[in-house]
Design a binder for this molecule. Structure first.
Ligand SMILES: NC(=O)c1ccc[n+]([C@@H]2O[C@H](COP(=O)([O-])OP(=O)(O)OC[C@H]3O[C@@H](n4cnc5c(N)ncnc54)[C@H](OP(=O)(O)O)[C@@H]3O)[C@@H](O)[C@H]2O)c1
Length: 292
């Protein structure tokens, strides 16, 4: 399918006034370098927490709340949700450009077997600009990929596990690690036992992120992993693209977050404040901040 490209620039419609929030004083980002700035009005800055790594999430959803038409390739990826929107891809690349690590669940990994979680993978023509920007920010050339899996059921030939420039950490259980030990994983893939027998707790995911020395993690889902982190109040911001598509009652469609139980605010929800509204063609780009 051809990408939707009618609006390439992420035009700023509204932005909340800058107010330094208590305990959040370090900043990552700023004005974009030439080459990236022409497609994004204004600055891209993320406030970094001092007490732990900051975790921001990025998703694209249809108007009626689907993030996946699952259950498997080729229809299950975010591209189907965005209609392969070039603006959405660009937003994703900007966030990857800023991040020290990109955290994904194994379900998301399994549906995108050719995917590598870097800006240069989604925007190869802009790779040099991203490289320059990261070097100016004194970041590693590529973000580390962190994959969360209980089962350890990964494909050792997956592209995301085989780019030697992109370090990978797999956060898993004892059983997952045993399974992974039997795979011919590349030397830059590290396996860390971080979970009990069934799950890797959100707090343990955070410790794996912290163990890499990261200050800014980008969670790219999917809904199970995002739900776990959201339920544990570890998501600081959500960048949400609303794609102008309605999918209706597709039995396999998946919602944005699968949060277990009623852990968020005692079951009464958790509120966020709107930080900006942008638009590119018919796509809407929302940025929400959760209270620290
Ligand atoms: N539209 C978007 O922006 C967007 C973004 C991301 C993903 N998606 C889509 O979402 C779909 C996948 O959804 P999903 O909910 O299955 O995604 P997921 O969270 O990526 O995958 C779930 C799997 O990840 C592992 N996992 C997640 N959290 C874990 C935890 N706390 N501890 C241990 N393992 C954990 C488990 O793997 P094991 O089974 O190996 O134990 C679990 O079965 C895909 O179709 C993907 O394309 C869409």
């Amino acid at each position: 399918m051809a990408g939707r490209s009618e609006g390439l620039t992420l035009q700023k419609l509204w932005q909340a006034p800058d107010e330094a929030r208590a305990g959040l004083v370090d900043l990552r980002g700023g004005p974009l370098p030439p080459g990236l700035a022409s497609r994004f009005s204004g600055e891209l800055t993320v406030e970094l927490r001092l007490d732990r790594p900051t975790i921001v999430a990025n998703f694209v959803s249809t108007i009626d709340g689907a993030v996946s038409l699952g259950p498997s390739e080729p229809s299950a990826g975010g591209g189907e949700i965005s209609g392969f929107s070039e603006a959405d891809r660009f937003m994703m690349s900007l966030l990857r450009g800023l991040a020290d690590v990109v955290v994904v669940g194994a379900g998301t990994v399994r549906v995108g077997r050719k995917h590598v979680w870097t800006a240069r993978f989604v925007e190869p023509e802009l790779a040099d600009f991203f490289a320059g920007w990261r070097s100016e920010m004194r970041l590693a050339p590529q973000p580390t990929t962190i994959i969360v899996t209980a089962s350890g059921d990964l494909d050792a030939t997956h592209a995301g596990l085989n780019d030697p420039d992109v370090p990978v950490v797999v956060a898993t259980t004892e059983a997952g690690a045993e399974r992974l030990a039997k795979l011919p994983l590349a030397p830059h893939v590290q396996v860390k036992v971080a979970g009990d027998d069934k799950r890797v707790a959100a707090s343990a995911v955070l410790e794996v992120v912290r163990g890499t020395g990261a200050r800014l993690a980008l969670c790219e889902g999917g809904p199970h992993l995002f739900g776990d982190l959201l339920g544990a109040r570890l998501i600081d911001e959500l960048f949400l693209t609303v794609a102008p598509q309605v999918v209706g009652r597709d039995a396999t469609a998946r919602r944005l977050a699968l949060v277990e139980g009623t852990s968020i605010g005692g079951g009464r929800g958790r509120w966020a404040s709107l930080a900006w509204v942008r638009r590119a063609g018919d796509d809407l780009f929302l940025r929400y901040r959760f209270e620290p």
